[in-house]
Design a protein around this ligand. Structure first.
Ligand code: SF4
Length: 354
C-alpha cells in the first residue's frame, strides 16, 4: 500500500494508505431541491488512519456535515450518492459501507462508526432520562442484558468525567450544556467504535467548557485509540486536536495535509483566507482579512475552479479549468492551479516577518 493520500486527479484510482480504517473514494452526494440538484459533496477522496484525527474545515454549506453523514448512511431521503465508495476495514477485511444490508448497517453504526451530532440539546430527547436513551441505543445495536447495559453506561459516563449514577437518572434539561455534550460523547463511545464522527463538538459552549471538552477528547483518544473525523468552524480546535486537516469548499476537498502544513504552509487560497480571517492577539488589525464574497450556489456552481469568483489569485485559466488535488508537498495536496505562487508569497511574508 502507498503512503500517499493525495490524489493527482479526481477520477484516478487512489492507493489506500497503510493502517487505514476508513477510505473514501470519488464520493459524490446530491440533494433534490425545487430549483434543481444541490451538489453537496463532489468527488471526495481521503483515508482515515487508525488512531488518527482528521479535521474537516470550511464555511457553512461547504459539505462537511453531508460528507460525515454520508459515511454512516444517514442522509435524508432527498439525497443520493450517484458515485463513489466508502470502505471500512473490519479486522483487515474490506467492508463496502454503501452496499451494507440493514442488519450489517446497524452493526456498522455505533459499534464501528458512531456520530456525535451538533447541539447536545437538540440531539437528546427532552422527555427521556439519559438512562432510557442510552439503553435504547444499546438495545438497538447490541444484544446486551439490561444490567450489562447499565454497567456499560456507568463506565462511559465515568470516562467523560460525569457523576454517572446521577446523570443516568437525569433528564437532559437538568444538565448543563457541557454535561449534555459529555453525555453525547459517552453515547458515542457506548459500543466502543473504531471511528467517531464529531460534528462541531464544542459549538455553543462557553470557553472554559470548550477547553475541558478538548482536553477530554484528547485523553479519550489517547486511551481508547479510536479515529476521529471532526467538523469544526473553529480553526483553533482543529489546530489542537487534528493530525491532519481537510479544507472543504463547494463540496470538494480543496486542501488536505498534516496539521502543521495546513496552518504554516497553506497552498490553497481558500485555506489561506480562512486562516487570515481568524483574529489573533499578536497580529495587527490589517493582517485580519475576511474572504470576499459568499459561498457559491450549490445548484448553479461557477465554471472551472469553484473558488474563482472569490479568489484574489484567480487568472483566466481558473474560470475554465477545475483543478484536481495536486501534490504540493509530502502528504500535502491542494486543488489550485497557482499553488506555487501562493507558496512563494507565503515565503516572502515569512521572510519579512523574520
Ligand atoms: S485554481 Fe485559480 S481560482 Fe482556484 S484557488 Fe487556485 S488561483 Fe484561485
Amino acid at each position: 500500500m502507498s503512503t500517499s493520500t493525495v490524489s493527482t486527479a479526481l477520477t484516478e484510482p487512489v492507493a489506500v494508505t497503510a493502517g487505514t480504517i476508513l477510505s473514501v473514494r470519488d464520493l459524490w452526494v446530491e440533494y433534490r431541491a425545487e430549483r434543481g440538484m444541490v451538489q453537496a459533496v463532489r468527488g471526495v477522496n481521503f483515508d482515515l488512519r487508525k488512531g488518527e484525527s482528521l479535521a474537516l474545515i470550511g464555511e457553512s454549506g461547504s459539505g462537511k456535515t453531508t460528507l460525515a453523514v454520508a459515511l454512516i448512511r444517514l442522509l435524508t431521503k432527498t439525497a443520493r450518492v450517484p458515485r463513489g465508495t466508502v470502505t471500512y476495514w473490519r479486522n483487515g477485511r474490506e467492508v463496502d459501507v454503501l452496499a451494507l444490508g440493514a442488519e450489517d448497517l446497524r452493526r456498522f453504526r455505533w459499534k464501528e462508526c458512531a456520530m456525535v451530532f451538533q447541539s447536545a440539546l437538540n440531539s437528546l430527547n427532552p422527555v427521556l432520562k439519559v438512562w432510557d436513551q442510552m439503553y435504547d441505543t444499546v438495545r438497538y445495536h447490541e444484544s446486551m442484558s439490561k444490567d450489562a447495559a447499565w454497567q456499560r453506561s456507568l463506565e462511559v459516563l465515568q470516562m467523560v468525567q460525569l457523576d454517572a449514577a446521577r446523570v443516568l437518572n437525569s433528564y437532559p434539561h437538568e444538565l448543563s450544556g457541557g454535561m449534555r455534550q459529555r453525555v453525547l460523547l459517552a453515547m458515542g463511545l457506548l459500543l466502543n467504535p473504531q471511528v467517531l464522527l464529531l460534528d462541531e463538538p464544542t459549538t455553543a459552549l462557553d470557553i472554559l467548557t470548550q477547553r475541558s471538552i478538548i482536553n477530554l477528547l484528547r485523553q479519550l483518544k489517547a486511551t481508547l485509540g479510536f479515529s476521529t473525523i471532526f467538523i469544526s468552524h473553529d480553526l483553533s480546535l482543529a489546530a489542537e486536536l487534528a493530525d491532519r486537516v481537510a479544507t472543504m469548499y463547494a463540496g470538494q476537498v480543496v486542501e488536505l495535509g498534516e496539521v502543521r502544513d495546513i496552518f504554516y504552509r497553506p497552498r490553497h487560497p481558500y485555506t489561506l483566507g480562512l486562516l487570515q480571517a481568524v483574529p489573533s492577539l499578536t497580529a495587527g488589525e490589517s493582517e485580519m482579512v475576511s474572504i470576499p464574497g459568499s459561498p457559491p450556489d450549490l445548484i448553479d456552481l461557477p465554471s472551472g475552479c469553484k473558488f474563482h469568483p472569490r479568489c484574489t489569485y484567480a487568472i483566466e485559466r481558473c474560470r475554465a479549468e477545475e483543478p484536481a488535488l495536486l501534490t504540493v508537498g509530502p502528504q500535502h495536496g491542494a486543488a489550485c492551479l497557482r499553488w506555487a505562487q501562493v507558496a512563494q508569497d507565503r515565503e516572502h511574508v515569512e521572510t519579512q516577518r523574520a
